[in-house]
Design a protein around this ligand. Structure first.
Ligand code: ARG
Length: 263
């Protein structure tokens, strides 16, 4: 991790400096500088750092379970990890354009996405949960009929809400935290979001609760450019070795407790 952080800092500082002198595109600059910083090949991870504990910004750094998982994968492949933050939906466009090598952002495997990208084996099982105000009278997903639901733009939370809840009005936000803010000020009735981020979002908010019944069950995997089976295969081998060596369990227990969400 230390080494990667150092390289990333070099890229960012270098990018800003050279970019301001020459006025050239920052992505080109970042690439040439990162090559100088390491002899290793770079594995570029596209993410959306609004999703703690999987990916979020802490003291100007992108950290979280996915970032550390990607670090372990890069190590297995003998590569250097570089993380690029972007809008969640942009990840799916950045892959075919070769702007990133992998999309890793708590991405749920879905039929729609399989038409656009390939997925590695799954690395995390989760659920979609419903957040509501304690005094709202909403106790199960049946109570969401005809209601205003907030969800992050382009996520399965938004798609599934539109698909499975009758007469629903889905309002899409750039990040789930903004949906929760609107829930608290009464503009919307509930928020649908993945389990662990839901726990983070209600922390310290006494007026909010997470409904007991999950809205959907899902599995996260790493998205790869369609047809790049060589990289998909390599990452699947790396994932197996990370699981078998105990590194996965170690990382898991750093971020999650068994009682928080089911493994
Ligand atoms: N699992 C959901 C999906 O794939 C939400 C993921 C949101 N991730 C993020 N980093 N914002 O649609």
């Amino acid at each position: 991790m230390k080494k990667y952080q150092k390289v990333l800092t070099t890229i960012l500082l270098g990018g800003a400096l050279v970019g301001s002198l020459t006025g050239c595109g920052s992505s080109d600059t970042a690439e040439s500088i990162s090559t100088e910083a390491s002899t290793k090949e770079i594995l570029v991870m596209g993410t959306n750092a609004t999703f703690p504990p999987f990916e979020y910004v802490d003291q100007n750094e992108i950290v979280g379970f996915d970032v550390e998982m990607a670090g372990l994968i890069a190590k297995e492949l003998g590569m250097e990890l570089q993380v690029q933050d972007m809008e969640f939906e942009a990840i799916f466009g950045a892959l075919p354009n070769n702007m990133i090598d992998i999309g890793m952002a708590g991405i749920t495997i879905s039929e729609d996405r399989l038409a656009q990208v390939d997925f590695t084996d799954g690395y995390f099982n989760t659920k979609q949960l419903i957040i509501a105000k304690k005094d709202s009278g909403i106790t199960t997903s049946d109570d969401l009929v005809g209601k205003k639901i907030g969800a992050q733009l382009g996520t399965t939370s938004a798609t599934f809400a539109k698909l499975y809840i009758e007469d629903v009005k889905v309002i899409e936000f750039n990040k789930s935290a903004l949906a929760v803010a609107d829930l608290m000020n009464g503009t919307i009735d509930a928020v649908i979001v993945d389990a662990a981020p839901a726990q983070e979002l209600v922390k310290g908010q006494d007026s909010l609760m997470i409904l007991e019944t999950p809205f959907a069950e899902e599995e996260y995997a790493i998205a790869i450019k369609k047809g790049n089976s060589e990289l998909t295969e390599k990452i699947n081998v790396a994932l197996t070795s990370i699981k078998e060596s105990g590194q996965y369990d170690e990382l898991y227990s750093k971020y999650f407790t068994e009682t928080e969400i089911d493994k």
